[in-house]
Every structure is written in structure tokens, then in C-alpha cells.
Design a protein. Structure first.
Length: 205
């Protein structure tokens, strides 16, 4: 069955679970059981060895049946998920480190969980912070908020040459975040609320 990926490439879905062109271009890393102590990585769930099915099914909140369906039934245009292998190990739920609370627009009042490492912001459903209704925001990786577990600190960055404001000032490099800071991306304003701070830090088990 012929399919078309997010980037417009055509490929045979019966032969490939994911677009082979995108796979070569994206420098995705394969997962092996003895690699679980490495730093956080963003991977495609369709590239994971099915032997990890139970753990990965819990991580993405879907049953293992979704991983074992035929390629044409299990692959979608927005099939990428962010799964953490690193500081907190492999868990069904990444420990929350803070939140971004939307103050404006159609997403007003909605909160977005932050986890350790990079939290990408964009309109795509594969983003950690999904702002799907603001068309002035890039689909993939407009910006990011990073939590550094060693320093117990947060930073906001613009990604891919996009424009991000911190407290109404444009940022040109990663900027440290403080409680109550406001991040403006496109026409959306997000307020930063940390959970991990001076008196709270997740310890590595």
C-alpha cells in the first residue's frame, strides 16, 4: 500500500513501517536494551524492537496491540512520540518538573507538563507542548524549555531560527527561567510554573 509521510515522500507501506527517506535524514538512533542508561533521545515508536512492547506501550499510553498491528494499520502521519531513556530510567510516566500555563488564545487555561531534558514547543502532535491552534507557530520545534536535573534549573530557547520572547524581550540564546516568567511564541503567551526548585528535586534512583 502506497503511503505519503509528513514531508511529502511516497513509499510502500507494505515494505516499510516508516518513510525510508525521512529515516535516513533524521539521524534517528536505534534502541537496544543495553542502551537504556544513555541520555534522553527522541525516537519513532515504529522503529522500536517489539521485544520492548510492554514497557513502550505503557509509556505512550496505548496497548501493546497497537504495536503489533500490520504496518498499514499502525502507522500514521503523526506517529513520532518522545520517550525518555536516561536520568529517570524507563518509566510509564516521566516525573513532572514543572508546567507551562497558556494565558491567551484558544488554548487559554490549558497547562502543559514539563519533564527532564528538552520539551519541544510547536503545533505538531509529536511536540511536548502542542499549540495546535496558533498558526503563527512553527509545526515542529518552534522553541523549547529545558530542565537540567543536575543544576535543577530551567532554560528557554528558540529553535531553528524561530522567534521566542521572554518577558516581552526577544531571546537570542538560551535564557534561564524563573517562576512566573512569561514566554511568548507566535501569538501565544505561556507562564512558567516550576515544580522542581530550591526545596524540590527528583533524585536519581
Amino acid at each position: 500500500m502506497i503511503k505519503r509521510c509528513n514531508q511529502g515522500h511516497w513509499y510502500d507501506g507494505n515494505t516499510n513501517k516508516t518513510c525510508p527517506v525521512c529515516k535516513l535524514e533524521s539521524e534517528k538512533l536505534s534502541i537496544r536494551l543495553n542502551d537504556l542508561e544513555e541520555d534522553d533521545k527522541t525516537i519513532s515508536i515504529t522503529e522500536v524492537d517489539l521485544s520492548l512492547g510492554e514497557e513502550l506501550g505503557a509509556i505512550i499510553g496505548n496497548s501493546i496491540n497497537n504495536l503489533t498491528q500490520p504496518p498499514e494499520a499502525s502507522v500514521s502521519e503523526d506517529g513520532d512520540k518522545t520517550i525518555s531513556f536516561g536520568f529517570f530510567g524507563v518509566t510509564a510516566m516521566q516525573p513532572v518538573t514543572g508546567w507551562l500555563v497558556c494565558l491567551t488564545g484558544d488554548e487559554r487555561g490549558k497547562d502543559f507538563r514539563l519533564h527532564s531534558g528538552k520539551n519541544f514547543i510547536g503545533r505538531s502532535t509529536s511536540m511536548d507542548v502542542m499549540l495546535v491552534d496558533d498558526k503563527t507557530i512553527a509545526r515542529d520545534k518552534h522553541g523549547s524549555v529545558v530542565y537540567d536535573p543536575k543544576g535543577n534549573t530551567f532554560y528557554v530557547s528558540a529553535e531553528g531560527g524561530n522567534t521566542v520572547y521572554l518577558n516581552q524581550e526577544i531571546i537570542h540564546a538560551p535564557e534561564k527561567l524563573a517562576e512566573g516568567d512569561e514566554i511568548t511564541i507566535g501569538e501565544t503567551v505561556l507562564r512558567f510554573v516550576p515544580f522542581c526548585k530550591e526545596d524540590m528535586k527528583w533524585e536519581k534512583e
